[in-house]
Design a protein around this ligand. Structure first.
Ligand SMILES: NC(=O)c1ccc[n+]([C@@H]2O[C@H](COP(=O)([O-])OP(=O)(O)OC[C@H]3O[C@@H](n4cnc5c(N)ncnc54)[C@H](OP(=O)(O)O)[C@@H]3O)[C@@H](O)[C@H]2O)c1
Length: 271
């Protein structure tokens, strides 16, 4: 069996490991380690995965090493392990936001398979959206294994790295845009007299169901626009609301939010 080792047992690693075990991966094929031993121990107690003695232990014993630390500490973590990576040559999987494959390759000894993944926060409830891209050394099978790993916590797609800034804006920042939309819907409802918790629940369930309907109808060629037309009765409430939203600039505001996030990701990547 393929073994996956996680350096960093924080929010994202915890979500992926929980998803992988729930999807049928054997806990004994998963190894975790963290600078805070209690973080690894918690996952071990919950799921039965192994806690490694050190980051070095993970690199020495696992086929795939998932770098799940914050981007700021990544260079130091990988730098310390350079020789161990050179000796053991696992597939290196990075989930660090904004860190390109070229950047990860620079930190590592030459010639290793590197797979970059951009997951999103919704992986925490098994509804994530992740993009996966391998370097020239990564085989199709290795990339497929990583797609499979992230499919355990939502959907995962292969995507050329040139689209990662856009993907980061759409799927990485997209949840925050959606949270703002839900908050705005709920605030409007509060303004009309609904208690806030109820307003948030109704707004969130409406967004959840609408997203589900979009995905369901996409299979038969439906689009968000056709669904919007379907619910906009002539002279009705929905078209009145949509025209008011257009007038207030809802679509351009969303486009600008994505554009700004793409630009920011490219700026950060260039630094
Ligand atoms: N969370 C998301 O929604 C999300 C989305 C996309 C991408 N990502 C990427 O996922 C990665 C992890 O993010 P996260 O949100 O899971 O962060 P996190 O919760 O802070 O997890 C990182 C873990 O790594 C530990 N750590 C720090 N230095 C270490 C070292 N030298 N050796 C081993 N472990 C060490 C941290 O311990 P301490 O807390 O004690 O420092 C922490 O437990 C980041 O690169 C981020 O860009 C996250």
């Amino acid at each position: 069996m393929t073994s996956f080792g996680f350096i960093g047992a924080g929010n994202m690693a915890g979500a992926i490991v929980r998803g992988a075990v729930a999807a049928g991966s054997s806990p004994t094929d998963i190894v975790v380690t963290d600078v805070d031993p209690a973080a690894g121990e918690r996952l071990a107690a919950e799921l039965g995965v192994r806690v490694a003695a050190s980051n070095q232990d993970v690199v020495e014993t696992c086929d795939f090493v998932v770098l799940a630390v914050k981007p700021q500490v990544l260079p130091a973590v990988v730098g310390e392990l350079r020789e161990v990576f050179a000796d053991n040559r696992p597939v290196v999987v990075s989930i660090a936001a904004g860190q390109t494959i070229a950047r990860i390759e620079e930190l590592l000894p030459p010639g290793l398979a590197v797979i970059r993944v951009m997951p999103n926060v919704n992986a925490m409830i098994g509804q994530g959206m992740a993009a996966v891209c391998g370097n020239a050394r990564a085989t199709e099978d290795q990339v497929a294994r990583v797609v499979e790993l992230f499919s355990a916590v939502g959907q995962a797609i292969e995507l050329p790295e040139k689209h990662f800034s856009l993907f980061t804006a759409l799927a990485g920042s997209g949840p925050a845009f959606t949270f703002s939309f839900i908050e705005a819907l709920a605030s409007a409802a509060v303004n009309h007299g609904l208690p806030k918790p109820l307003a948030v629940r109704v707004a969130a369930q409406t967004v959840l169901g609408s997203a589900g309907l979009v995905l369901d109808r996409a299979e038969s060629g439906g689009t968000p626009a056709t669904l919007r037309d379907m619910v906009s009765s002539p002279g009705g409430t929905t078209i009145a609301g949509l025209l008011a939203a257009d007038d207030a600039g809802l679509s351009p505001a969303v486009v600008r939010a994505v554009d700004a996030a793409v630009a920011r990701d490219r700026d950060l990547g260039a630094m």
